[in-house]
Design a protein around this ligand. Sequence first.
Ligand SMILES: *Cc1c(COP(=O)(O)O)cnc(C)c1O
Length: 371
Amino acid sequence: MSIATIEVSISALLHNVAAFKTLSPNSQIMAIVKANAYSHGKNMIATCLDDVVDYFGVARLEEGIELRKIGIKSPIVLLEGFFLHDEVTQLLKYNLQTVIHCQEQIDKLKYLDLPAGSLDVWFKLDSGMHRLGFRPEQAGQAFQSLCDCQVIKQSINVMSHFCCADDVRSSITTEQMTIFDQFIATACDPSRIGKQSIAASGGILAWPVSHRDVIRPGIALYGVSPFSYDEPNRATGAGLGLKPVMVFKSEIITVREHKEGESLGYGLIWQAQYSTRLAVVAMGYGDGYPRDILANTPVWINQRMVPIVGRVAMDMILVDLGPNATDKAGDEVILWGNDALPVEKIAAHSGMSAYELLTRLTERAKLRYVD
Ligand SMILES: *Cc1c(COP(=O)(O)O)cnc(C)c1O
């Protein structure tokens, strides 16, 4: 049966980790596996990387608990932190570390009757993103009150997050590092400061001075560029020395004749200017392929690029194979992930970021691990 498949290359994943180790030999690695490892399947990704990286980063408590339940040994950091008292008990039970980004969390920790020195935390400084974290003018006092919480460990890790690291010309990134360094230099008690971490993919690839103790690759871990695909750079993971981990593919369900002048698909939005052959492909927005793509967005079939025609439907797309095509039912169709068709290119054709294309893939698309 033809079916949408997310083919994941473990050797490409390991290549990317090795590339980070070369780029940043003195930093530890926190592999970001939130959103089911950007749809690569977090359990398998974490299992393969457990002995290779130093930390895992997740966005939701449930993700961390699941990784522990399948036997992941490395430290796991809950990047959005906890919300409720009860969740702190879960953090300790499953040996998870948490980000502390607001005073309410510190207030909850203060009154918890839990073993002293048991919780590993990451103090989050808002250095300019203005999403999570303590504002610089409040951070010193907040850090002090965190130090006073019995339940946390002696050493408090400090982290921040860049808002514009993907823009290599932006001065904001340098300003954020200055704010971070000022905080470290003036924060209450230096003996309580543990690991420092700022860089996600953009910082890792474009801002070497941001690497610090722990780098946090997400999209670059999966071999995809965090930079925009605009002219003139056309940045792709491969162009940055990474290997795309995912090939998103399916198969031709059937090939049919189509006559000059006939339109096709929902809304009949495309009309053939010549008689041709069409492939009906088992792929649609029900698998997470974007519905709103530009005209002539390509797919890869039998060593060439061919355009999608008409509207993307829930379960099927139509492809113009050309008048003399010899393709047949069961032939492989690559939507993205090979050299010719990087996901960054489809992102440009759909007005979405590569981040969104990856994370919106649905459960109907089956994961398959190779090499
Ligand atoms: C998602 C996330 C990352 C990884 O970001 P990429 O741009 O995908 O590398 C790193 N750190 C934090 C706090 C995040 O939320």
